[in-house]
Design a binder for this molecule. Structure first.
Ligand code: AR6
Length: 180
């Protein structure tokens, strides 16, 4: 993972690489409502965190999240073998053309995840580009929503101190920096 830009007076870092390499308090997982793993960044996080993460997700599904994690919401688990304190799982919206509330749901993924981080006292949190892979959200629009949501949340000066947006490729990071 390497830093390609620093924005918002040092509070927003843009990086390229795998989020599983992030060292800090928490990583956000672009999960699904079922919470039991999948492909993309979810698959990479589960693979790196090990079986304890899946076991904890199963316990959530057997108890407090029997119906699954609603789209736009976030839940925190332990980190298993990842070098962070916690994993914040959020379920992004599936892109369906933009008329199904996708923008508000994606903004909610960011604000709910940041709220969860603040509630746990996390100082440093890394996000992937939620919904822009398998869920098909247009990257330019997702970039604007991610930037605005993070900027708004951090405006009161509370935790987290620094948010890192991790893009899997150089070109995805460029799209973000051009579109925000
Ligand atoms: N580190 C950082 N970013 C990554 C990594 C990684 N290791 N791997 C992929 N990306 P996606 P979604 C980028 O598909 O669109 C899963 O099956 C990727 O290039 O992971 O929210 C879940 O279980 C893209 O830009 O998540 C859900 O079912 C971004 O992460 C569904 O996919 C998000 O792509 C969620 O779809």
């Amino acid at each position: 993972m390497r830093t390609v830009a620093v924005l918002l007076d040092g509070r927003l870092e843009v990086a390229v690489g795998s989020i599983t390499e992030f060292r800090g308090d928490a990583v956000v997982n672009a999960a699904n409502s079922g919470l039991l793993g999948g492909g993309g960044v979810d698959g990479a996080i589960h693979a790196a965190a090990g079986p304890e993460l899946l076991a904890e997700c199963r316990r959530l599904r057997d108890g407090p999240l029997r119906e699954g994690l609603p789209t736009g919401r976030a839940v925190v688990t332990g980190a298993g073998l990842l070098p962070v304190r916690g994993i914040i799982h959020t379920a992004g919206p599936v892109w369906a053309g933009g008329g199904r509330g996708e923008a508000a749901l994606l903004a909610s993924c960011y604000s709910e995840s940041l709220s969860a981080a603040r509630g746990r006292g996390y100082r440093t949190v890394a996000f992937p580009a939620v919904s822009t892979g398998i869920y098909g959200y247009p990257k330019e629009e997702a970039a604007r929503i991610a930037f605005e949501s993070i900027e708004r949340f951090l405006a009161d000066g509370g935790l987290p101190e620094r948010v890192t947006l991790v893009f899997f490729s150089e070109s995805d990071a460029s799209v973000f920096l051009r579109s925000r």
